[in-house]
Design a protein around this ligand. Structure first.
Ligand code: IPE
Ligand code: IPE
Ligand code: MG
Length: 235
């Protein structure tokens, strides 16, 4: 299954790269009278299910927006909770990801992460480094503007001013641009996600809150994608 995903997805009309803004955890918890933490926890469960499904389908790349450069504006408690959950899930799911031949990496600035978070991420990246199935990119302390600025600095020292050269300076170097960008949670905006890479992505919005998102919702988005006509500026 995993081998079939190399270079173009396993199925006709399947996107090679899916990107998802995992939004709606707070509202999900609020509607149930639960603390926000519970919403983020349910969001992690949704993420694991969606990764598994994308891997089973033979998708090449899945990029998820887990924590933005702007999300530091939230309470210290909430931010702590999110990173705590990340630690728990990354460690708990590592062996299953590895068994499924998933290769994990992280897009974003690691600078502010605690040592345990860095260690867990490094361990996951190292353990899955040789895998050849789904490539799972987690955006953490990621902001597209910060990424673009960082790339501009890198590029200024490299000197080759081409679009390809610039793409190679982004966190997503070597990763094809997302074909399909999904935003659950009801909002219709990009919120500083993959501004450069999503120039020609097909956008699918869903009112489902992220913790309620699963294989069935992903299949629905894929069905919508499959009938889109992509033109890339051509006729
Ligand atoms: C997304 O859910 C998770 C993060 C941004 C970290 P939210 O926490 O933004 O949920 P809503 O949008 O408030 O419902
Ligand atoms: C986008 O969601 C960021 C993530 C899902 C990590 P936000 O909840 O932060 O975005 P806004 O504030 O609604 O634009
Ligand atoms: Mg939100």
């Amino acid at each position: 299954m995993a081998a079939a995903s190399v270079g173009g997805g396993g199925r006709e009309g399947l996107p090679e790269h899916i990107a998802i803004i995992m939004d709606g955890n707070g509202r999900w918890a609020e509607r149930r009278g639960l603390p926000k933490y519970k919403g983020h926890e349910a969001g992690m469960d949704a993420m694991i299910k969606v990764v598994r499904h994308a891997s089973d389908l033979g998708v090449g790349h899945l990029t998820v927006y887990a924590f933005s450069t702007e999300n530091w504006k939230r309470s210290e408690d909430e931010v702590k909770g999110i990173f705590q959950l990340l630690l728990i899930y990354v460690s708990r799911e590592l062996e299953e990801l590895h068994r499924n031949n998933v290769k994990v990496d992280v897009f974003g600035d690691w600078e502010p992460f605690s040592k345990p978070v860095r260690d867990a991420l490094n361990k996951t990246i190292k353990r899955t480094e040789g895998n050849t199935g789904l490539r799972f990119h987690i955006c953490l302390n990621y902001g597209s503007r910060a990424e673009i600025l960082r790339a501009a600095e890198k590029m200024a020292s490299a000197g080759a001013y081409t679009e390809e050269g610039f793409s190679a300076c982004l966190y997503s170097a070597g990763v094809p641009d997302p074909d399909l960008l999904i935003r659950p949670g009801g909002e219709k905006r990009i919120s500083n996600f993959l501004l450069w890479q999503a120039a020609y992505s097909e956008l699918v919005f869903s009112d489902a809150l992220w913790p309620d998102y699963g294989p069935a919702e992903l299949d629905e988005a894929l069905a919508e994608y499959a009938v889109r006509k992509r033109r890339f500026g051509g006729r």
